[in-house]
Design a binder for this molecule. Sequence first.
Ligand code: GDP
Ligand code: MG
Length: 180
Amino acid sequence: MPKDILKVVLIGDGGVGKTSLRNQFIHKRFTNAYKATIGADFITKEVQKDDNTKVMLQLWDTAGQERFQSLGVAYYRGADACILVYDVNNYSSFQHLGRWREDFLKQSSLPEDEAKHFPFLMVGNKIDIDDRVVSRRQARAWAEQNSSDRMRIPCFEASAKDGTNVEEAFTYIAKMIKVP
Ligand code: GDP
Ligand code: MG
């Protein structure tokens, strides 16, 4: 059985919970420590893509370079999918999704044709906090505007803290990636 390694990058503003989402998915754990990682890194985890395919998801996390608003070519190069993360309690993190997506498309230098059906998935994180400023409807509207006929952007709302929808989001993106 072939086992592919699929590169998935997490992008979005600093503090939205990218590292925490990955930790929750990999270790089923949450810590409150806000630690800007030094140097981008990746962790690999096997997931069931469909009934008879397992794939290795190579999940890339930033090193806190988000504050420079661009993560650089190496982070994006060769990505098979991209998870756009915002915080449902932070409106500007939602407004910045477009910029992140543009940066990804520019730096990953995908051919235009591939860019049109490249798998993006949105995660609105921190739904355990009762201070929401971004509605589901707004999120869906953004996703629709940025979707194409050939690739719809799914919207998940999650909590890295209590684990809501974390496994679901990562498993879903594995299913979106076309493997030859
Ligand atoms: P990153 O900069 O996007 O990697 O964000 P982090 O994962 O470092 O998280 C930033 C801060 O938000 C940390 O203090 C986390 O503990 C906290 N955090 C992350 N996800 C959640 C969540 O789902 N719920 C709550 N309440 N806090 C979260
Ligand atoms: Mg981080």
